[in-house]
Design a protein around this ligand. Sequence first.
Ligand code: PSU
Ligand code: MN
Length: 309
Amino acid sequence: MHQFLQFSPEIVAARNARKPIVALESTIISHGMPYPQNVLMAQEVEQIIRDAGAVPATIAIIDGKICIGLGPEQLELLGTSPEAMKVSRRDLPYVLATRRLGATTVAATMICAHLAGIHVFVTGGIGGVHRGAETSMDISADLQELARTDVAVVCAGVKSILDIGLTLEYLETHGVPVVSVGQQAFPAFFTRDSGFQADFQLDTATEQAHFIHTKWELGLHGGVVVSNPVPEMFAMPKEDIDRITGQALAEAHSGGIKGKAVTPFLLSRIKELTEGRSLMTNIALVKHNALVGAQLAVAMRDRPGMTPI
Ligand code: PSU
Ligand code: MN
């Protein structure tokens, strides 16, 4: 086992019993949602995964270790501590070496999940190419990670705070397939249709598992985006979210917000401007992704011939 990994008792038991495991990120807890909804969301999402026959492994950096599976006190710590650093690929060695508290982004969670032999990861939305990236060069490290690390990422697409078209172009260039579930459209997080198409529609976990195994059995390293639209009843009206996103982007620009602070700023401003409505949508879509991800992990475990890479 890798020297930096530390498995929770639940994950040790799951590994011994060869149960399917689903990774979960922690930046969504520390920087993506306010307390106490963040911690409640994390607990509920874990339970949805257990009820669907898999085992949840929320990932964070604590006391110089990559913790795979967190206990209730650790979830609470991440949900409340102002010290928690947002950790992407670049930050991982710093946070481990200095024994700081780290919340992992999609990119860092993929790295840690892969080290731990976990191939399915559930989140809300992935990072992408920011609007105006042609001058700011703000492109999330999540996309590079998807290009290189063998983990399937279940998400509700990307937010319209990003340039969705350019994000899909970037993924195509790097050979990252974008699969959609239940529809051909690529979803835009708060809404079900971004106006762009996913590459392939694969509705069942069995089909998704077969596709993902085929990719990796070909030696085509890298991730797969499994995009799952927010349930209809929780989707937000497109005009509302477009207007509010525009305002949040303008404020980020005039406030000189840069680098890793951009995404958390936009998320929290959108929540304020929607008076909490976006938070309800956010929680609902993560829960739905948890179900799809757990089913995928079960299907991947059940497919003979799958050798963890
Ligand atoms: N998008 C969301 N919610 C989130 C994030 C993105 O809708 O919580 C978080 C994820 O952890 C993602 C990170 O990996 O933001 C991307 O940050 P950046 O754009 O700085 O790479
Ligand atoms: Mn960025």
